[in-house]
Unconditional design. Structure first.
Length: 431
C-alpha cells in the first residue's frame, strides 16, 4: 500500500521518494519541489558569472605593484649594504697600506739620518758598519715584500638564502595583545638607561649601562659603544644613510651599525627636540615646546624640506611619537589645551589626515609611543596607564590590554619579536 504525500493537507498518494529531502511526495508536489530546486540554480549561475567577471577584471600588474616595490626596496637595501661594506673595506685597505708604507718610510728616514751623522763625525766603527748594513738588509727585505704583495684580501662568497624572501598567502594579523602574557626572553637594565629603542632588519639598538648596544635576534649583544651625550629622547633607523639616528635635546647623532662609530649631524642644531622618525628619504622631528609642528629633513642631505603643522588653532599640542610606514606617518599627539591624547595617521606626501583615534586613557603629560605592525596595523602604548592599544589599518580599535609593567617604548623586531621597554627590563614577545 502506497504512503500518503508528505506535504501537509495533501490527500494524494506518494509516487516517489525525493532523495534531496528524503520525503515521499505525490507527482505534483515532486514536480513543484524539483522546479523549486532548479529555479535556485539561476541566481547561483549569476553569482558564478559575477565572480568570473571579478577575477577577469583583476589587473595583475596593479595587484603586484606593491609587492614588487617591496622586492625592489629589498634589492636596493642589499646593494647599498654591499656598497657600504665595499667602501668601508677600501678605506681600511687604504689605511693599512698607508700605515705600512709610512712605517717603512720612517725607518728609511731614520737610517739616512744615522748614516749622515756617521759621515759627519768621521768616527765610524766596525760595529756601526755592521749595524747599518744589517738595517739596510732588513729594510730591503721589507720593501721587497711590499713590492711583491703589500696586502692580502680574503673574501668569502655572499651566501644568499632562499628563505630571505618568502612569497605566499597573506596571513591575517591576529591580535598580538593575546600573546603578551609571558615574555619569551627578558634582559635586565638599570634605571639609568634611557627609554628609547630602534630596529632595522638585523639589530635592535638599545641604551644599557651607559652604552649604545646592538642586540640580534638571539637576544645577544653583538656590539657596543660608550654614550657620553646625555638624555636620549628617541631613536630610529634610516635606510638612506644606513645608520641609526639618535636624538637628544639639542643634538642629533648617527650610529653606524658596522663600526659602532657615533657622529654628530652638524646641519641640524639647537632644536629643543622631542621625538623623531624616519621614512625612506626623510627624517621627521618634533619639538618639546608644544608648537604642533613636524620638521621634515631630506636624507641623506639633512636639509630642511618643510615644516608641517598638525593644527591651525591655538591649542598647545605636543607630538610625542613619529612612526613612518609605507608612505604614511603615525603621530601620537598630546593636546595640552584640551587634555586629550590622539593618534593620527597622515600621508607623508600631502600630510593630510587619513584617520584619527582618541585614546581612552586618564589624561597625563607622559609620552605615548607607537610602532607599526604588518598589514599597516599599529600598536600604541601609554606609559602612565600601562595600556597598549592595537589599531587596525583603518584606525579602528582591535584590542587593548594593560601590561604587567609600565611601558616606556615598544617596537616590532624581525616581524615577529615585539620588544617592550619597561621598568628595569626589556621584554621580548614572540608573536
Amino acid at each position: 500500500m502506497s504512503q500518503p504525500c508528505a506535504i501537509k493537507n495533501c490527500k494524494r498518494a506518494s509516487r516517489t521518494l525525493c532523495h534531496c529531502c528524503n520525503q515521499n511526495l505525490c507527482r505534483d508536489h515532486f514536480n513543484e519541489h524539483d522546479d523549486l530546486l532548479n529555479s535556485k540554480l539561476v541566481p547561483l549561475a549569476d553569482e558564478v558569472n559575477t565572480l568570473n567577471d571579478r577575477i577577469s577584471a583583476i589587473n595583475l600588474d596593479d595587484m603586484m605593484d606593491e609587492c614588487r616595490q617591496e622586492l625592489d626596496q629589498w634589492r636596493r637595501n642589499c646593494y647599498k649594504t654591499i656598497d657600504d661594506l665595499y667602501q668601508q673595506k677600501c678605506r681600511e685597505l687604504q689605511e693599512y697600506v698607508s700605515t705600512k708604507i709610512d712605517s717603512q718610510q720612517q725607518s728609511v728616514t731614520a737610517l739616512r739620518t744615522r748614516v749622515a751623522e756617521l759621515i759627519d763625525k768621521q768616527e765610524t766603527t766596525k760595529k756601526d758598519i755592521a749595524d747599518v748594513t744589517s738595517t739596510i738588509h732588513n729594510l730591503a727585505q721589507s720593501i721587497e715584500s711590499i713590492e711583491q704583495n703589500i696586502a692580502q684580501v680574503d673574501t668569502t662568497s655572499l651566501k644568499l638564502d632562499d628563505t630571505m624572501i618568502r612569497i605566499g598567502e597573506v596571513k591575517t594579523q591576529s591580535c598580538v595583545l593575546l600573546k603578551l602574557s609571558t615574555p619569551s626572553h627578558t634582559i635586565g637594565r638599570s634605571g639609568a638607561a634611557w627609554n628609547a629603542v630602534a630596529a632595522n632588519d638585523q639589530f635592535l639598538l638599545l641604551h644599557m649601562n651607559s652604552k649604545l648596544c646592538l642586540v640580534d635576534d638571539t637576544y645577544s649583544i653583538v656590539k657596543c659603544a660608550n654614550w657620553e651625550y646625555g638624555l636620549i629622547l628617541g631613536m630610529c633607523w634610516s635606510s638612506s644613510v644606513n645608520c641609526f639616528i639618535v636624538l637628544t635635546k639639542q643634538k642629533i647623532f648617527l650610529f653606524n651599525e658596522n663600526t659602532a662609530a657615533i657622529n654628530e649631524i652638524h646641519n641640524i642644531q639647537n632644536g629643543n627636540w622631542h621625538a623623531c622618525g624616519c621614512s625612506d628619504h626623510s627624517l621627521y622631528l618634533s619639538q618639546s615646546d608644544s608648537n604642533s609642528s613636524v620638521f621634515q629633513f631630506s636624507l641623506p642631505s639633512t636639509h630642511l624640506a618643510r615644516r608641517l603643522v598638525t593644527n591651525q588653532n591655538e591649542n598647545r599640542e605636543q607630538i610625542d611619537s613619529i612612526t613612518c610606514n609605507r608612505g604614511t606617518i603615525l603621530l601620537a599627539l598630546n593636546n595640552i589645551s584640551i587634555k586629550a591624547k590622539t593618534i593620527q595617521l597622515r600621508s607623508d606626501n600631502t600630510f593630510n589626515i587619513l584617520w584619527s583615534f582618541q585614546l581612552d586613557v586618564t589624561y597625563n603629560s607622559n609620552r605615548t609611543r607607537c610602532c607599526s605592525l604588518s598589514q599597516n596595523q599599529w600598536l600604541v602604548t601609554d606609559w602612565y596607564t600601562s595600556r597598549i592599544f592595537h589599531l587596525t589599518q583603518n584606525g579602528l580599535l582591535k584590542a587593548t590590554c594593560t601590561y604587567s609593567s609600565r611601558t616606556y617604548d615598544i617596537i616590532l623586531f624581525h616581524s615577529n619579536i615585539l620588544t617592550i621597554l619597561t621598568d628595569g627590563r626589556i621584554d621580548f614577545h614572540r608573536i
